[in-house]
Every structure is written in structure tokens, then in C-alpha cells.
Write a protein that binds this ligand. Structure first.
Ligand SMILES: *Cc1c(COP(=O)(O)O)cnc(C)c1O
Length: 374
């Protein structure tokens, strides 16, 4: 089989028809208002309030700063129980708030925090649980809420992957005290760069608004040492245009996943993700598989390299584990993180995005099967 002529990446950003963005630009030009809570950002915020079914929404220039300032605004201290199987930014936000990460293991089914291990790791210094809806798969939200309630802990979700996900018809942001969404172009849905906090206590709205705008309460009053993390008008415009297409993007993801499942089910050594339970409205943002070396006949890393030769650029999310990075290597962990270590060694995310055609997905599957037989 021949390599793809053009590189096939794990993802490609959604781009709206350029005329739509241009006409939005005209509005921005007419307004002569580029950032600092402009009219387009205000409109985007209103739309997201409807989308998330709550007025407690605050927008930021990226997801990392959203989460970092969310933790800061909630004045959390001490230890935070969190996962090693995530993007580095999750843990970095703890560092910037002088919070101590306590890593515990994930569950094998959806790669999310194991509630039992969370509970076992609670100490008198624990203030918070920071869980991640990995690949958009919901955490065990009810169990985590119960643990947080019984131990009086704050429950925060890194929902960077989970935009559009619902449980029992309820937006995933409604679970927990605070959720962060990333609108980076590598995600299913984006605003060029951007992030959102959705929270349950309306009292935080003001604080988050201060924190992202230097702490300004008025022209002459600065009430806290904030930073600059505002979303600008160009980002908000992209966000508005993408939101109109979200359902289409999710539907396309569902179609692609169906092909992968049809073609790869039963291939020795290739493990597909568990199908989401019926009460979950999933967003199909990622297509992770696990490569079991013995049965497949080749390691995950070899398959990754072989696919590159065919111009297919898969990604090993999340490898290495956070606890293997130089800056977190020395964080003491009591949990052996057995499952997370295994998954990090086997995981591979396959290309899925709205412009990939069924034919290409077919070819990728054929190649994986062919490479495995070599
Ligand atoms: C992308 C991502 C972030 C960071 O979001 P940015 O908008 O890129 O700052 C945080 N956590 C997870 C799990 C992510 O995938």
C-alpha cells in the first residue's frame, strides 16, 4: 500500500466558511473594539450560558489560564488528588497555585480517576479533587460527588476534552463545583485559543472576572492581583461560528468512530474503547485504541513509527505519564499507578476530524491490520 499523499494528522481544526468569519470581522472593524469584554465576546458568553444552562460562565484566552485562575479564585490550599494520565497543563495549574498534587490511579475502562483510590488517598491536608474527563469520557461523577461531599472537598473537573458531553441530558459542566473547557484548535471545538470556566457558586463570577483583567473593579479600583487572561473579539467570533456547527462535528465524529469500530473490532491486540453508556451523550472528539504488543505482534511505539512512514501522524495521548516528566518525577506517590502506566504504554489516538473521509479511515484501518501481520 502507498503512503498518503498529504500527511494525515490526528486532528484538524474546524474552520467555518471564510465569508462568515469575514462578515464578523466587518462588525469588529465597525465596533473598533478588539478586546476587554467587547460586544462579540458578550454575545458568545450569552450563547454559552444557554448552552451550559447556567449564567455561571466565564471566558478566558485559553483553558490553562482558566483553570489556573479558577483554582486561585477559589483560594484552595494543601493537597489535591489528581490523575497522572492527562495533559501536563492540568498539573501545572496546581503548581502555579502552590497546591501539592497527589497522583492516584485511573480506571481501565475510560482512563478516568478511580474513585476508590481517590478516597484512599484523602489526608487531613486534602482540599480538592481535580479529575479529568479523559477523551471526553465522563468521570464517575456521582461517586466523586459523594466522596467530595462526605469529606468536605472541592470537586473540580478538567473538562478540556468534554465540550458538548451530557449525562442524563444534563451538560457535563453541571457536575462538580467547577469545570474548565479548552477551546484550543486541537480540541473538537475551538475559538482559535480559548477557555471557559463553568461553576456552581454564582459568587465566583465577579472574582474570575477580576482575576482575568488585572483585578480591575472599576477604572480606578484594583481589588486583587489579577493577570491578563481575557478572550478577545476574534476568538469569540470563531467560537460563535463553531458553536453553530457543533452538532455536525459530533455527528461526523460518530460516523468516523463507527468505521473504526467496524474495521478494527476483532483485530488481535487492538483494543477499542468501551462504548459509552446509554445515558451519556458523547462528543466523539478522540479515537483512542490500546495496542497490546504480544497479541498484535508489535509494540505501540513501532506501530506509531510504521504509520508515520505512510504519512499518518497518530498521537500517544497521554505518554509519557505526568509522573515521568522531569518536573514531576520527584513528587512522592504512594499509589503504584499500575493501570495508568500500562495504558500510557499502549495508548494511541487515531485521526478523527470533520474533514477526514470514510475512505481514508478505511485505509488507515487496513494499514494497521497489514502492519500488524508483518
Ligand atoms: C488542551 C488541554 C488543556 C489546556 O488547554 P489550553 O486551552 O490548550 O490551554 C488542559 N487539560 C487538558 C486535559 C487538555 O487536553
Amino acid at each position: 500500500m502507498k503512503p498518503f499523499e498529504k500527511p494525515v494528522y490526528v486532528t484538524r481544526p474546524y474552520l467555518p466558511p471564510i465569508e462568515e468569519y469575514m462578515s464578523g470581522l466587518q462588525e469588529i472593524w465597525d465596533n473598533q473594539w478588539l478586546t476587554n469584554n467587547g460586544p462579540v465576546l458578550q454575545r458568545f458568553t450569552k450563547q454559552l450560558e444557554v448552552f451550559f444552562k447556567t449564567p455561571n460562565v466565564c471566558l478566558f484566552n485559553n483553558g490553562t489560564l482558566a483553570l489556573q485562575l479558577g483554582l486561585q479564585g477559589m483560594r484552595l490550599t494543601g493537597e489535591v488528588i489528581t490523575t497522572p494520565f492527562t495533559f501536563v497543563a492540568t498539573t501545572h495549574t496546581l503548581y502555579w497555585n502552590k497546591l501539592r498534587p497527589v497522583f492516584v490511579d485511573i480506571e481501565p475502562d475510560h482512563y478516568t480517576l478511580d474513585p476508590e483510590k481517590v478516597e484512599a488517598a484523602i489526608t487531613p491536608w486534602t482540599s480538592t479533587i481535580l479529575a479529568v474527563h479523559v477523551f471526553g469520557s465522563p468521570c464517575q461523577v456521582k461517586k466523586l460527588a459523594d466522596i467530595a461531599h462526605r469529606h468536605n472537598l472541592t470537586l473540580i473537573y478538567d473538562a478540556a476534552h468534554a465540550f458538548g458531553v451530557e449525562i442524563d441530558g444534563v451538560p457535563i459542566a453541571k457536575y462538580g463545583d467547577l469545570s474548565m473547557f479548552s477551546f484550543h484548535p486541537t480540541k473538537l471545538y475551538h475559538s482559535i485559543e480559548g477557555g471557559a470556566l463553568v461553576f456552581s457558586d454564582p459568587g465566583y463570577k465577579k472574582i474570575f472576572d477580576y482575576l482575568k483583567n488585572f483585578g480591575f473593579a472599576s477604572e480606578t479600583e484594583v481589588v486583587m492581583p489579577g493577570t491578563n487572561a481575557k478572550m478577545n473579539e476574534f476568538q469569540a467570533l470563531m467560537g460563535i461560528l463553531g458553536l453553530k456547527r457543533l452538532d455536525e462535528l459530533i455527528e461526523k465524529g460518530r460516523e468516523i468512530e463507527t468505521i473504526y469500530r467496524e474495521r478494527l473490532t476483532g483485530v488481535p491486540g487492538i483494543q477499542l474503547p468501551l462504548v459509552q453508556s446509554v445515558n451519556v451523550h458523547y462528543n466523539f472528539a478522540y479515537m483512542p485504541i490500546e495496542v497490546h504488543e504480544k497479541e498484535f505482534g508489535m509494540s505501540r511505539d513501532r506501530l506509531y513509527e510504521e504509520l508515520r512512514k505512510y504519512n499518518i501522524f497518530t498521537r500517544r495521548y497521554f505518554y509519557p505519564l505526568l509522573t515521568d516528566f522531569a518536573c514531576y518525577k520527584y513528587v512522592q506517590t504512594n499509589d503504584p499507578l499500575t493501570i495508568a502506566k500500562g495504558v500510557a504504554a499502549r495508548i494511541l489516538c487515531l485521526p478523527t476530524y470533520y474533514t477526514i473521509d470514510a475512505n481514508s479511515v478505511d485505509r488507515i484501518c487496513e494499514l494497521i491490520i497489514k502492519i500488524g501481520k508483518q
